[in-house]
Design a binder for this molecule. Structure first.
Ligand code: NAD
Length: 260
């Protein structure tokens, strides 16, 4: 379904981004991976994905917390592949801490990566999408784009911001064949979630088991973690013709969390 399309998935060396990259590659898209990690592990991931799917998979490294690196990434994709049709802004980090102890440098990093990088990538990808009359912008926001949790001030602020950005660009681009949507996952067991369990336990004064049961899955009515394949399937649908009028939305994939 995506043959001939070039997709960039930021932060796709692990977790949700890698799952979405898999889903696009299975549909025949040319996929550009990005993210941090050890070069040999990233190359193994790239080669495995190419072997599993037969799709053309490349990797372009960039620290997306820097605006100049985002610009270089978009320019390289367009130079190396001649186009950028599908942009998934997925790279993100978390930090868990009470507001009075929240390190300002963590705030700056989270806003730069989770929010500003999406702005820069979108502003630079849009001219090519407009020229070709087709584009898909998918921002991986979070249930935390819709509701808050304590001790996650920067993350919740960044994800609410991403949703505002999504709605704004959807309106601006609606007549150019370009859609922009925010996928809002509940908890998915990825390295990002694994890392926050000890800090959440500390911030709340409870055990790590209690964090999983009473914090992470407490509001998720399904009582299970969302799986990356579910997010990949939705991202593929958003790129289909059937989704061409679906724009400016927040799509919760959260096991009922935000239905409360
Ligand atoms: P993850 O830690 O598995 O993946 C994060 C990716 O971002 C990795 O590829 C990492 O290398 C990359 N990255 C980190 N810093 C970077 C930087 N400075 N420049 C470029 N890439 C960088 O986490 P994940 O859970 O897959 O998260 C992916 C996205 O999904 C994030 O935006 C996150 O906020 C969002 N999300 C996750 C969950 C969840 O429960 N896991 C829920 C809702 C939303």
């Amino acid at each position: 379904m995506l043959k001939g399309k070039v997709a960039l998935v930021t932060g796709s060396t692990s977790g949700i981004g890698l799952g979405i990259a898999h889903a696009f590659a299975r549909e025949g898209a040319t996929v550009v991976l990005n993210g941090l990690g050890k070069p040999e592990e990233i190359e193994a991931t790239r080669a495995q994905l190419a072997a599993d799917t037969g799709a053309s998979i490349s990797f372009i490294g960039a620290d997306l917390s820097r605006a100049d690196a985002v610009a270089e990434l978009i320019a390289k994709v367009e130079t190396e592949h001649g186009r950028l049709d599908i942009l998934v802004n997925n790279a993100g980090v978390q930090h868990v801490s009470p507001i009075e102890d929240f390190p300002p440098e963590k705030w700056d990093l989270i806003i730069a990566l989770n929010l500003s990088a999406a702005f820069h990538a979108i502003r630079l990808a849009v001219p090519g999408m407009k020229a070709r009359g087709w584009g898909r912008i998918i921002n991986i926001a979070s249930a935390h784009a819709l509701v808050a949790s304590p001790f996650k001030s920067a993350y919740v602020a960044s994800k609410h911001g991403v949703l505002g950005l999504t709605k704004t660009v959807a309106l601006e681009l609606a007549e150019y064949g370009i859609t922009a949507n925010a996928i809002c996952p509940g908890y998915v067991m990825t390295p990002l979630v694994q890392k926050q369990i000890p800090d959440t336990a500390k911030a709340r004064g409870i055990s790590e088991e209690a964090v999983i049961r009473d914090v992470l899955l407490a509001s998720q009515a399904t009582k299970r973690f969302v799986e990356v394949d579910e997010l990949g399937a939705l991202a593929v649908f958003l790129c289909s013709d059937g989704a061409k009028s679906l724009t400016g939305t927040a799509l919760p994939v959260d096991g009922g969390w935000t239905a409360h």
